[in-house]
Design a protein around this ligand. Structure first.
Ligand SMILES: Cc1ncc(COP(=O)(O)O)c(C=O)c1O
Length: 415
């Protein structure tokens, strides 16, 4: 692309109130952050349990770096998977009661590996309409294509499953996965509704990142079983937060993690670190190890991070007070919103969005809140649909009731 074209596009985005700009923070700690020397109450982070600066986790990172070095020095199959990585995998296997865990440099990479690896050429991926960009980008590359069902709408999913069941047409003979396939069906073709009989695979999220809501996993699982569709679940925002010992959205629904053929989660949110993982059966892990490009051709996570994340998972499992405190904050947030007649989107998670609509307005409100010492970013298109700009309030176990009162007093003043 030519430089002039880029400048024109940037101007267009600026005029539409959609220009994204990087802000370099001094630091982010607990429920607050500092920017250009000024302190703010932070309602935009994903450190739901306050583990990113927990002394035990910080000490583990330092000790891990001293013992094993900062970098893993290689991809997992070459030299990158070391004892700390193995210990982290074992800790997660025990936590989620699964046979195998694979580590990735990010949740984004883990999601891509899951979808590209586990959807065979004769599979059709059925994906929730509000799925994260990491899943959509993988879906676009699938040889068998994908279709989207309406957000959290099981009747919409069932329609697609039924259509697949009754589809005529021939099934491709060889069930190779996208990781070994050379053919790529375009998204347009995959959306056309004129597909041969394919095996459905369902993918969704435990907690949706921009809405904070969740599917009815019990009912969704029943549908998947009825139509023999494997379930691939992204639980980036549910892990650590929901379920006993923070085992995630499936545990919260009373389901085993193994209900999903593969569960993706990450370390960058409730666990306060960085990286992603897949939790699955040994067969699934062995299969992905043969071809998952994000696993094979990428440097393994830092061994120091693996030591830190082992400590973080242990804290997360043990410290029920963090989940209790977060649950209390969610309740207070909803009560304050109701008191001031502010309509939050329906959500029982740490993500409590306030819909604004217009991007300019959302941005202006966010800036006015910042003047009052509140950091609450405006989320705009294309992260959310156009005209559905919002203030995505995210809560942590470390917020105090007084912090929430300040937030709502300021919101009322600004709105
Ligand atoms: C739902 C969801 N899935 C996947 C990811 C990607 O995870 P990571 O940030 O570890 O790459 C995110 C993070 O933004 C997310 O919100």
């Amino acid at each position: 692309m030519q430089h002039e074209q880029m400048t024109a596009l940037l101007q267009q985005r600026q005029q539409a109130g959609l220009l994204r700009q990087l802000k370099v923070l001094d630091n982010v700690k607990g429920a607050s952050l500092s920017y250009q020397g000024k302190s703010y109450l932070n309602f935009s982070g994903n450190d739901y349990l306050g583990l990113s600066a927990d002394p035990a986790v910080v000490a583990a990172l330092a000790q891990g770096a001293a013992d094993y070095g900062v970098g893993s020095t290689g991809s997992p199959l070459i030299s990158g998977q070391q004892r700390p990585h193995q210990q982290l995998c074992a800790e997660i296997c025990d936590w989620l009661n699964v046979d195998a865990v694979m580590l990735f440099s990010s949740g984004f990479a883990a999601n891509q590996a899951m979808l590209l690896g586990l959807c065979a050429e004769d599979d059709l991926l059925l994906l929730d309409k509000f799925s994260h960009a990491s899943m959509i980008d993988a879906a676009l590359q699938l040889p068998g294509g994908y279709k989207r069902f309406l957000h959290n709408d099981l009747s919409s999913l069932q329609k697609l499953l039924k259509a697949q069941q009754s589809a005529v047409g021939s099934t491709p003979p060889l069930a190779t996965s996208a990781i070994t396939s050379s053919t790529t069906q375009s998204a347009e073709a995959s959306q056309s509704g004129d597909l041969p009989k394919q095996t459905p695979v369902v993918a969704t999220e435990g907690v949706f990142s921009m809405d904070g809501d969740s599917p009815d996993l019990l009912a969704l699982n029943r549908l998947c079983q009825q139509y023999q569709a494997p379930l691939l679940l992204d639980d980036a925002h549910g892990i650590g937060v929901h379920g006993e010992q923070g085992a995630g959205s499936l545990a919260y629904a009373g389901l085993a993690t193994t209900t999903a053929q593969c569960l993706m989660a990450n370390f960058g949110k409730a666990l306060g670190g960085q990286g992603g993982f897949l939790a699955c059966s040994q067969t699934v892990a062995d299969y992905l190890t043969q071809g998952a490009r994000h696993f094979i051709y990428s440097t393994a996570i830092s061994p120091a991070m693996a030591v830190a994340m082992t400590a973080s998972v242990q804290r997360c499992r043990h410290d029920q007070w963090r989940r209790d405190s977060l649950a209390q904050n969610i309740q207070w947030c909803q009560q304050l919103a109701a008191r001031y007649d502010l309509q939050l989107l329906p959500s029982n998670s740490a993500i409590q969005p306030l819909l604004i609509g217009d991007s300019h307005r959302a941005l202006a409100i966010s800036q006015q809140l910042a003047e009052q010492g509140i950091w609450l970013s405006a989320i705009r298109s294309p992260t959310v649909p156009l005209h559905q700009a919002r203030l995505r309030i995210t809560l942590t176990a470390l917020h105090k009731k007084a912090d929430l009162e300040i937030l709502f007093n300021s919101l009322v003043a600004v709105l």
